[in-house]
Design a protein around this ligand. Structure first.
Ligand code: PLP
Length: 391
């Protein structure tokens, strides 16, 4: 049987060999990182080493890194109205977020529903900066959350421009960089971010580790989500996931070293894929095509082809892709991202996300295109028959 082609890297990436080794080495250690004896100190050493590697991936200070269980938890921790800085101890009065944020940001942390406002995006899925500036006029101490790259479309957001607007309005900026890290440069200072969320398993680490990175020394959370033993400077209690964190560090170091090469390789493969797709399905729409996108992501739809059916058919052909919005229950929900971009209901139902990775080869792309030719032909024919159009 032919090997499967994995094109769902935005859901989760492959475990990097360096991360696998770090994971296994850490699992062989016994110590609790809070213990003072040699075993404990060895575990602590792994965590602090990983903290340096994760910090370096985004050009931050190691002391700014708070390890969490996931990107989801880091987002939940970040979105606190009680967040304090040296100059501002009063609660943040409003939370603004782009209309295309991941569900873990959309859940809005510890902000009350009535304090949340969406900022619209344009037809290519890019944040409307003028709308952000206008909205911030309605708040005095805003917290703003904008993702660096969207998980469905891959569209890169104008974060540095947004940061200037947010700071001019006295606000703080949280950036969900879960999909962008390791794929495009992601530097806290260049972005102007105050807080950055990362997730280990999207950059080649193991599932179950994430980080919230604070750019400055002066950002405090008086209301941590999990209290107890005081780990992570009191911001995230619980004995650390030593192996997961060690693997996260190893993945971050590898991702940083190989960023330029991997991005170039992914972009070359993605270009081949989009060319082939255009030749097979000239009517296919690639969402966000007019904007800067991550080098690995293509979200497309073909009118009359239902995404769920296409994904199952591609799976049977040995190709793993997803709909725009992967959902934990496995059910495909209509995408709030495409909805925010004003995509028509019929196209919205057909959005298929193909996301590549650093091991993707031309042969993988060819396999996908072969499978797509077969599946799209069959599905368009049956859709036309259902609508009574001669195929
Ligand atoms: N933010 C974005 C943009 C994501 O794509 C995801 C996961 O898909 C998350 C946050 C959540 O990360 P995790 O899977 O580590 O909880």
């Amino acid at each position: 049987m032919a090997e499967r082609v994995y094109f769902d890297w935005n859901a989760t990436a492959l475990l990097r060999p360096q991360a696998r080794q770090a994971l296994l080495d850490a699992l062989a250690l016994t110590g609790n990182p809070s213990s003072v004896h040699a075993e404990g100190r060895a575990a602590r050493h792994l965590i602090e080493h990983a903290r340096e590697d994760v910090a370096q991936l985004v050009g931050a200070r190691p002391a700014g890194v708070i390890f969490t269980s996931s990107g989801t938890e880091a987002n939940a921790l970040a979105l606190s109205s009680a967040i304090e800085t040296a100059n501002e101890k009063r609660p943040r009065d409003r939370l603004f977020m782009s209309a295309i944020e991941h569900s873990s940001v959309r859940a809005s942390g510890r902000f009350p529903r009535e304090a949340i406002e969406d900022i619209p995006v344009d037809a290519d899925g890019r944040l409307k900066l003028a709308a952000l500036a206008e909205a911030l006029g309605r708040a005095s101490r805003p917290l703003v959350s904008i993702m660096l790259a969207n998980n469905e479309t891959g569209v890169v957001q104008p974060v540095a421009e947004a940061a200037a607007i947010v700071h001019a309005a006295g606000g703080l900026l949280h950036v969900d960089a879960v999909q962008a890290a390791g794929r495009i440069p992601c530097d806290v200072a260049a972005l102007g971010a105050d807080l950055v969320t990362l997730s280990a398993h999207k950059i080649g680490g193991a599932k179950g580790a994430g980080a919230l990175v604070r750019a400055g020394d002066d950002i405090h959370f008086p209301d941590p989500l999990i209290r107890g033993g005081g780990q992570e400077r009191g911001l995230r209690a619980g004995t650390e996931n030593v192996a997961g964190i060690a693997a996260f560090g190893a993945a971050a170091a590898a991702a940083r070293r190989q960023l330029a090469d991997e991005a170039a390789q992914m972009l070359a493969m993605r270009s081949l894929l989009e060319e082939g797709l255009g030749a097979i399905s000239p009517q296919a729409v690639i969402f966000g095509a007019g904007a800067e996108r991550l080098p690995n992501t293509t979200l497309f739809a073909l009118d009359g082809v239902n995404a769920e059916t296409a994904i199952i058919a591609l799976d049977l052909e040995g190709v793993a892709v997803s709909s725009g919005a992967a959902c934990s229950s496995g059910k495909v929900q209509p995408s709030h991202v495409l909805d925010a971009m004003g995509v028509s209901a019929s196209l919205l139902r057909g959005a298929v996300r193909v996301s590549l990775g650093w091991t993707t080869t031309q042969a993988d792309v060819a396999r996908f295109l072969g499978a797509w030719r077969k599946v799209s032909g069959a599905l368009s024919r049956s859709s036309k028959q259902q609508r009574g159009i001669a195929a």
